[in-house]
Design a protein around this ligand. Sequence first.
Ligand SMILES: Nc1ncnc2c1ncn2[C@@H]1O[C@H](COP(=O)(O)OP(=O)(O)OP(=O)(O)O)[C@@H](O)[C@H]1O
Ligand code: SF4
Ligand SMILES: [Mg+2]
Length: 344
Amino acid sequence: MAAEPNPVPGAGPPADRLLEVEALRAVFHTAEGPAEAVSGVGFTVERGEAVGLVGESGCGKSTTALSLLGLLPPGTLAPGSSIRLEGQELVDAGPASLRRVRGRRVAMVFQDPIASLNPVMPVGEQVAEVLRLHPGMGRSAARGEARALLEEVGLPRPHRLLDEHPHQLSGGMAQRVGIAMALAGRPELLVADEPTAALDVTVQAQILELLARLRRERGMALLLVSHDLDVVARVCDRLLVMYAGEIVESGPTELLFSAPRHPYTRALLDARPRMDGPQGMVPGLEGAPPSPLRWPGGCRLRPRCPHARLPGCAEVQKRVELEAGRTVRCGRHQALGPLEAPGP
Ligand SMILES: Nc1ncnc2c1ncn2[C@@H]1O[C@H](COP(=O)(O)OP(=O)(O)OP(=O)(O)O)[C@@H](O)[C@H]1O
Ligand code: SF4
Ligand SMILES: [Mg+2]
């Protein structure tokens, strides 16, 4: 069992490693003081892999997602944070390098589909605008390609849609347009932050199916962010469970469901399918999630954890690797064993 899994120095990333995030720390400077939204997060995404990032509201999911596209306010990422895309460090990349990455190698789909589109520009022009980032793509070729993309994301009558405005679209259609725009740069990694949270349940399922299909057909990697375990489990091979700015458990989706090792993962499983409480809070845990202005000392889950014991849980918990690709951040994981659901 190894503490704080890290790559072997000098060994270089495996050939199919697309993204490698290490020691990611994001601190927002607020009127009430520094808020450490993300505290030393590390994970990898392989080429073509679908990874889910799941946790309660405010745990730092969007901050992590935005950091991958260089979209956090300057100075938010602390020194030592590292985001490598095929070995290229993005944290200290200049604006020109980031522009070459953003929208092309890494693209993002946002939660509010209508708000993320320009209300005064026809849909076709918005998609074509991204396409024209490709060298040598003229106006009419971009319009033709935009139409093909709208068709690929399952929109009916794509030729007519090109000239429509966002307010003429339903939420589900607007999200499909958002996905088409994200695909326009032919990204290797698509980051989708709560892409279905604003949609009704039937449409949610269709959008998730669309993301799963696009990933398969394009061989593109996907980082799907949601507070809803069922949403990420539907599409992702591997999950990262986040709590209070840290990844507390990670591993293959099936294993996290059948034999979770962290009390927080267990609580998320118990909360299904009711993750629709106020701000997506977990009904199975005592109290509310803590604030990044004042994380609890020691294990951050301790004030809410049904398994907490002193003195061990009062110490800062290390992330340990249980087996390749499976990590947990709970010093009691051996004593507790797999946290299977209580019998009927
Ligand atoms: N620009 C900002 N300035 C100050 N604090 C921020 C900023 N953005 C996020 N935060 C704070 O950082 C913490 C993490 O926020 P983040 O949006 O990453 O959480 P999240 O997991 O995406 O939550 P949700 O499920 O509600 O989207 C929250 O406490 C939030 O209030
Ligand atoms: S370290 Fe202790 S408080 Fe933290 S999750 Fe494990 S049992 Fe709970
Ligand atoms: Mg968010």
